[in-house]
Design a protein around this ligand. Structure first.
Ligand code: HEC
Length: 135
């Protein structure tokens, strides 16, 4: 009787560990399959938060710009012809109304007027902006 119980206990423990090991393996396989996609998705998700808290006020939910406040991103030659790096640099400084490139007579504030945004935040929001434009 004592032996039977011990055997049952051991096989129960083995089944438990086998179950854990299996799940862990599945999770590891998933992340190594597509690390690039995962990190881009994460960056865009963070960028969306930046957009919602800072850019949306002037550029609008759909990125088409709110009259008198921000510019339409979806028809922007400037965005389409700039690299991600160039756009991050642009976001750091914005564009004053004195700048000859200004086309609206309204200023684009540095970091969208939110000095707490880090350079990483700006990079993430550029990725989100591209996605919003593509639709
Ligand atoms: C206070 C309003 C305001 C906020 C907030 C704002 N923008 Fe702008 N943004 C503007 C205006 C106005 C322009 C157009 C300036 C001009 O006429 O050249 C502009 C232009 C731009 C452009 C260049 C578009 C082009 O075609 O020249 C980009 C890119 C841009 N904004 C990104 C952002 C991002 C990203 C955020 C959030 C981090 C943001 N903006 C927040 C007002 C704003």
């Amino acid at each position: 009787m004592k032996t039977t119980l011990t055997v049952l206990a051991i096989s129960g423990a083995l089944a438990f560990f086998a179950g854990c090991g299996g799940e862990e393996e599945a999770a590891t396989t998933k992340t190594t399959d597509a690390p690039q996609v995962d990190s881009n998705m994460l960056a865009r998700a963070k960028g969306k938060q930046v957009f919602k808290t800072t850019c949306v006020a002037c550029h609008g939910e759909d990125g088409k710009g709110i009259e008198g406040l921000g510019k339409n991103w979806t028809t922007s030659e400037y965005i389409a012809s700039s690299t991600d790096d160039e756009l991050v640099e642009f976001l750091k400084v914005g564009r004053t109304i004195e700048d000859p490139a200004n086309s609206t007579g309204v200023a684009m504030p540095p970091r969208g007027g939110n000095p707490s945004l880090t350079d990483d935040d700006l990079r993430n929001v550029v990725l989100y902006m591209r996605k919003l434009i593509e639709g």
